[in-house]
Design a protein around this ligand. Structure first.
Ligand code: PTJ
Length: 251
């Protein structure tokens, strides 16, 4: 790999690219993961590569919902694990909420590698492993219909960063509160989820961890107020406004 100078104006972004390319070569990621990452980069660029006030609001609501949940679960795919494994494990410990591997392009080899990566990052228990039991999610076919009986299947609140639209929709139809992190405010996942954090997982998950520390001191009543006050469509519109503001600045 090319040595990237820390003085390069796009240093952080190039480091993430390199991490993704390496994980692809190691077989953790599907080839399309790199395309999905590129789309994310483009949206991040027009969002100014920073967390917007509306994303902070969604993060606060998402964490409140997870703290209020009876059975919160964190569903993890390849991109999220490669970019944020250690922070995901930390969030899972603090809420607490189990981590479940759910892959769109599921192969036994990738599942094994994902488990290895999560365990190396500190996870003690991972659901959705190679030989684990699963129940199908109605309306979905193939590997992406898998839900672990102690994980997504019985969850009332599911955090699913970078989810595919069908799956987000199917989970919402099952009555689950779906929290997603997606840089594209127009994606079907962003539009159908209950709480959409329009931000990069590499910034959003550490911020969620910081919010847990603050919100753990809140009463159930205060957390419920935060969740009830939140309007997802309105929040997504604010993200779209940030994007149009970016273009207007460049005029
Ligand atoms: O690991 P697997 O097999 O489960 O596959 C995962 C991918 C991501 C390949 C699969 O779910 C997929 O094809 O996703 P999509 O439909 O391309 O959607 C990816 C979404 O995530 C797009 O809306 C991107 O803008 C967004 N995205 C990409 N990178 C990031 C991101 N959102 C937040 N943070 C990112 N770093």
């Amino acid at each position: 790999m090319l040595k990237i100078s820390s003085k390069h104006p796009r240093y952080k972004s190039l480091l993430l690219r390199e991490k993704m390319a390496k994980a692809y070569q190691e077989g953790i990621l599907a080839d399309t993961a790199l395309i999905a990452h590129g789309r994310g980069e483009a949206f991040d660029y027009i969002l100014g590569e920073k967390t917007s006030p509306s994303a902070i609001e969604a993060i606060r609501c998402g964490v409140s919902a997870m703290l209020l949940a009876e059975n919160p679960v964190i569903s993890v795919n390849g991109n999220t694990a490669v970019l944020s494994a250690e922070h995901l494990v930390e969030l899972s410990r603090l809420i607490p909420a189990p981590i479940e591997i759910n892959l769109f392009y599921r192969t036994p080899q990738r599942v094994e590698k994902m488990e290895e990566l999560l365990k190396k990052s500190g996870a003690t228990k991972v659901l959705g492993r190679k030989n684990d039991d699963y129940l199908p999610i109605p309306g979905l076919e193939g590997p992406r219909s898998r839900a672990h009986p102690d994980g997504v299947h019985q969850a009332d609140v599911v955090l699913v960063p970078l989810e595919d639209g069908d799956r987000a929709q199917a989970l919402v139809s099952l009555g689950k509160k779906v929290i997603t992190i997606d840089l594209n405010p127009l994606s079907r996942t962003a539009q159908t989820s209950s709480i959409t954090i329009v931000d990069n997982v590499v910034r959003a998950i550490p911020l969620m961890i910081q919010e847990v520390a603050k919100l753990k001191k809140y009463s159930k009543k205060q957390l419920t107020r935060i969740v009830n006050k939140f309007d997802n469509s309105e929040n997504i519109s604010k993200s779209l406004n940030s994007i149009s503001h970016h273009f207007k600045q460049d005029e």
